[in-house]
Ligand binder design. Structure first.
Ligand code: ARG
Length: 366
């Protein structure tokens, strides 16, 4: 039985993992992260509100879209953790399978993550991974080399103040709080376009991590392209910055939307996309620039939709400009309430991981 098979974000969806909000914590300060708000466990009220919306998403996908939904284990990430290299008073949470796990065809990779608080996060998916491994005889289960996350892996002089001039210079020079001591990447930095994987070097992926991925998939004919968005002063996870909406066909180019506040670097656009079958256009604006209190993401979670097929998407119900735009492209929108989940590290795309989509791996860059 084939369970794991996914090559892009738009083929018809058949099986998905949706995260959980339980035991979710804002991590403490560590070399790779400075919390923008008080750290510690999210309130039960916020956790429950998000759980209702995530459970509703599960219901919608199951009943309206005929998709099999799996959920991670509810591990108590409010617990401390200790390794030979660091110790933590508490951890993070398993709301975002997209951040941790990367599906490349029949392979699921547990990626390194880049912050200590997320070191053990993929354990929440161990039962699911085991189950897939037993039932799907072709499934490849990979763990990217576990980093030490020792102090030496971080640039302690990183300017955390997002508004200072120094910060701009660091980001424009593609320098972040993580350095190149060991390979690091979060799965959510990878945008999958069939044989081409677009990866953002960022606060959660370094060049060595991207190089690890390149060598790992090379023999299967994948190409890994590194990409930058120099105006993004907190580059983290590509899925609210660049997102595919429609694939290329013989008749027309495919469409990728780019957050207009974080345009793709000119040289990357030329190098990767010039002469290709892809058109890059500005993403429609969020309905409001106000995010729920304690949300750590930007309003551009409006771009963070889930395509359930080439002509159908699940979108947060208040993101009207996005909905209108998708419908103008002939993509029908299933509207779900999802704003309470924005406090849990992201939106509909972050909180899900498509495990199986009906389709093959194509070269969309001939
Ligand atoms: N960088 C994004 C923003 O704040 C958040 C992306 C969240 N994505 C994710 N996979 N967790 O706009």
């Amino acid at each position: 039985m084939t369970i794991v098979n996914s090559h892009n974000d738009w083929d018809p969806l058949e099986e998905i993992i949706i995260g959980v909000s339980d035991f979710w914590c804002v991590p403490n300060e560590e070399p790779g992260f400075k919390p923008p708000q008080r750290s510690g466990k999210r309130s039960d009220e916020h956790i429950d509100k998000a759980a209702i919306q995530m459970d509703n998403l599960e219901r919608v996908l199951t009943s309206q879209c005929n998709v099999t939904v799996r959920r991670p284990e509810k591990i108590d990430f409010t617990q401390p953790a200790k390794t030979p290299f660091f110790s933590l008073a508490h951890q993070h949470g398993a709301s975002c399978p997209r951040d941790t796990l990367l599906v490349i065809g029949n392979e699921i990779m547990e990626t390194t993550m880049s912050r200590r608080a997320r070191y053990f996060e993929s354990m929440a998916y161990r039962k699911i991974m085991n189950d897939y491994f037993e039932k799907d005889k072709e499934m490849l289960w990979t763990m990217v080399p576990k980093p030490t996350m020792a102090d030496a892996m971080y640039n302690v002089d990183f300017p955390w103040d997002i508004n200072c001039q120094e910060r701009k210079q660091w980001i424009r020079n593609y320098k972040y709080q993580i350095n190149e001591t060991e390979p690091l990447f979060d799965a959510a930095e990878v945008l999958r376009l069939g044989k081409d994987l677009i990866v953002q070097q960022s606060t959660t992926a370094n060049k060595k991590g991207i190089e690890w991925l390149r060598r790992h998939v090379k023999s299967r004919g994948y190409r890994v392209h590194e990409i930058h968005f120099p105006d993004d002063l907190y580059p983290i996870h590509i899925d609210s910055t660049l997102a595919p909406l429609v694939p290329p066909t013989k008749e027309r180019k495919g469409i990728l939307v780019n957050c207009p506040e974080r345009p793709i670097a000119k040289e990357d656009k030329e190098r990767i996309f010039e002469g290709s079958n892809w058109e890059i256009i500005d993403a429609p604006p969020p309905n409001t620039m106000t995010v729920p209190d304690l949300c750590m993401s930007s309003a551009w979670l409006s771009m963070n939709m889930l395509l359930v097929g080439p002509d159908r998407a699940v979108v947060e119900e208040t993101e009207i400009p996005t909905i209108n735009f998708l419908e103008s492209l002939g993509i029908k929108c299933i509207r779900v309430p999802y704003r309470d989940c924005y406090r849990f590290g992201g939106g509909l795309h972050c909180h899900t991981l498509d495990v199986r989509r009906r389709g093959e791996c194509y070269n969309y860059f001939p």
